[in-house]
Design a protein around this ligand. Structure first.
Ligand code: 5GP
Length: 211
């Protein structure tokens, strides 16, 4: 049996509610692990180092890139964000489905490096709803809100590169939808290579001598 987990990229506009969705998914099911990213962005009130992100400096981030320690990285609204490689590899080997909550440039890199990864894009039901949610969060200045909306407009065409679009209208419904998609995705032939090989070989052995 294939006992390796799959890599799940969850992208979406800033303010789409990805963070809440992923937290709820992890709370409800134990087969997922969330990769904690490294960033040069300043922590928001309440964010904890090593839990929400590994907060670091530009210099240290660039050292980590040079040392080959990141699976992917991107620059987003003036800051670096990247996925530390070691944890992801460890969790995949342990059979977990590893979630990368990353933006679209990172998503593209992961798809090229690991074509068998599952790519999901989370979006609110409308542009207006996205603006409402960004404002309701109350953690960003007007400037940053406008920057993030502009970025969302640039990201929209990339939705076509994703395997599934998840419309975040209701938290519980979305959590179930993502879990269902991940479950089904695990059964696709390109994520079952080892199983296909093994059963094929075993069948050859077992059928030896049969007419
Ligand atoms: P925020 O500043 O709102 O926490 O994150 C900004 C954007 O960066 C979000 O779209 C988030 O998904 C993305 N992001 C977070 N971590 C990573 C990462 O490790 N790599 C990439 N490429 N994007 C990330």
């Amino acid at each position: 049996m294939e006992n390796k987990g799959i890599l799940i990229v969850i992208s979406g506009f800033s303010g789409a509610g990805k963070g809440t969705l992923v937290k709820e998914l992890l709370r409800q099911y134990d087969e997922y692990a969330l990769s904690v990213s490294m960033t040069t962005r300043a922590p928001r009130p309440g964010e904890r180092d090593g839990v929400d992100y590994f907060f670091t400096t530009k210099e240290k981030f660039e050292d980590t890139i040079a040392a080959g320690g990141l699976l992917e990285y991107a620059s987003y609204c003036g800051n670096y964000y990247g996925t530390p490689k070691a944890y992801v590899e460890e969790m995949l080997a342990a059979g977990k489905n590893v979630i990368l909550e990353i933006e679209v440039q990172g998503g593209t890199q992961v798809r090229e490096l690991f074509p068998e990864s599952l790519l999901l894009f989370v979006t609110p039901p409308s542009a207006q709803e996205l603006e409402n949610r960004l404002r309701a969060r109350g953690t960003e200045t007007e400037d940053v809100i406008l920057q993030r909306l502009a970025r969302a407009a640039q990201e929209a065409p990339y939705m076509r590169d994703y395997e599934y679009i998840v419309i975040n209208d209701d938290l519980q419904r979305c959590v179930s939808e993502i879990h269902r998609i991940a479950d089904v995705a695990r059964s696709k032939p390109d994520r079952k290579n080892k199983f296909i090989e093994t059963i094929g070989e075993d069948l050859k052995q077992i059928s030896k001598g049969a007419k």
